[in-house]
Design a protein around this ligand. Structure first.
Ligand code: SF4
Ligand code: SF4
Length: 383
């Protein structure tokens, strides 16, 4: 297992986490076996968005004395009024459900998530009401360790981050969502299927969100990594062929600021399959070929795929490009953390010998030699 720091929360989370959604309604023995498999394979972050009492209690029971070994992502405003999953901003209702999850998980939730902020209306109902005061109260009183939120809309996520309140974000990330114009409501595409005609390279709003998260140290956990299963399905994939689970995980983990991918495993076998990601070599995780079927949409822009490796000078080209993209966002105010990450690389842009091998291999026509020089100019020691 690998671990990454979840932005400014400082928590070290496993890069593969467990989204417990698909355990809902399953027999207790299956829940217990799946949770055991997750912990035995060193997964240490669990998403529990489900409002149902039984599933929450079954997860807590399966964890038992190991509760303190895991980070629980619990959601504020997730309810199941009239047996239906729902979003509530009605404070008495919100409190009732959140107090229930607190009681079940030992009086403390590590990541208190403001649930589902996708629209202007959601934003108003959270930030212009007592909802936000309740969230701040939970943090102040130590009932939650950190404030986070979930969203599927990059423009709204940017707005929430700019309030300065949240420390992390649960966001839906996969190559198909990243290529949809940000005005599209992605839940419609999950239901009806993707329309590749709409794809136009990485949507600028999403790229802006990833860069903002890196700048402000907002750690991202990821949902919908497989696009509701559509990206790995030969019938529903919007690309020339389906992606593999490993390619989807690798894509999400390659986005700036991403710390963990929450996978909706529902059996021990599915956990083991997901964990196999760490045994695969780079070619088995490489997603460039599939995105490359749409290469005109990406031309000149690095998608951090690593297809250009190996570099004889030992440069991790995708990582240098990632820091460069963040530095370009506002080159007059480059975050010190980005410069120090760049300077701590074993090999940086200044090591480039301009052999050009990488540029021949890059399916997206990225001017790598030029980028290495620019990275050194903006981020190198002589700044
Ligand atoms: S430079 Fe090209 S091949 Fe290398 S990581 Fe970026 S997009 Fe992929
Ligand atoms: S051109 Fe520079 S970055 Fe590319 S492979 Fe050669 S040394 Fe590495």
């Amino acid at each position: 297992m690998e671990y990454r720091e979840l932005g400014k929360t400082g928590l070290k989370v496993s890069t593969i986490g467990l989204g417990c959604e698909h355990l809902d309604g399953k027999p207790y023995t299956q829940i217990e076996e799946t949770i055991n498999a997750a912990l035995e394979n060193n997964i240490n972050i669990l998403d529990v968005f489900m409002p149902g009492k039984e599933i929450r209690e079954n997860i807590a029971k399966a964890l038992g004395a190991r509760r303190n070994k895991v980070i629980i992502q619990g959601h504020i405003g997730s309810t199941d009024i009239r047996q239906q999953y729902d979003i509530s901003r009605d404070l008495p209702t919100v409190r009732r459900y959140f107090e229930d999850i607190l009681r079940i998980f030992g009086g403390f939730i590590d990541l208190g998530m403001m649930f589902f902020i996708d629209s202007e209306e959601d934003y108003k109902n959270v930030f212009e009401t007592d909802f936000v005061k309740y969230v701040e109260h939970l943090k102040k009183q130590g009932y939650i360790g950190h404030i986070g939120f979930s969203s599927h809309n990059p423009a709204m996520a940017i707005k929430v981050i700019n309030t300065g309140l949240p420390e992390m974000l649960l966001f839906s990330i996969n190559p198909a969502f990243d290529m949809l114009p940000s005005e599209e409501y992605i839940m419609d595409h999950l239901e009806k299927g993707f329309d590749p005609e709409l794809f136009r390279g990485i949507d600028p709003k999403r790229a802006e969100l990833y860069k903002l998260c890196t700048q402000k140290q907002i750690g991202i956990t990821v949902m919908k990594t497989l696009g509701g299963g559509k990206l790995i399905s030969p019938k529903h994939t919007p690309f020339a062929k389906p992606l593999t689970v490993a390619q989807c995980i690798h894509y999400a983990l390659s986005r700036p600021a991403v710390a963990s991918v929450m996978l909706g495993c529902q059996t021990p076998g599915e956990i083991l399959k997901a964990i196999r990601y760490f045994e695969l070599d780079a070619s088995e995780k490489d997603y460039a070929e599939i995105l490359g079927t749409m290469r005109n949409d990406f031309i000149g822009n690095c998608v951090y795929c690593g297809h250009c490796q190996p570099c004889p000078a030992g440069i991790d080209i995708a990582t240098v490009n990632k820091y460069l993209d963040i530095a370009r966002l506002d080159s007059a105010h480059i975050p010190p953390s980005i410069r120090s990450h760049y300077l701590s690389l074993a090999h940086s842009g200044s090591d480039c010998i301009e052999c050009g091998n990488c540029e021949k291999r890059c399916p997206f026509g990225v001017p790598i030699i030029k980028n290495m020089a620019e990275a050194e100019r903006l981020l190198g020691k002589n700044n």
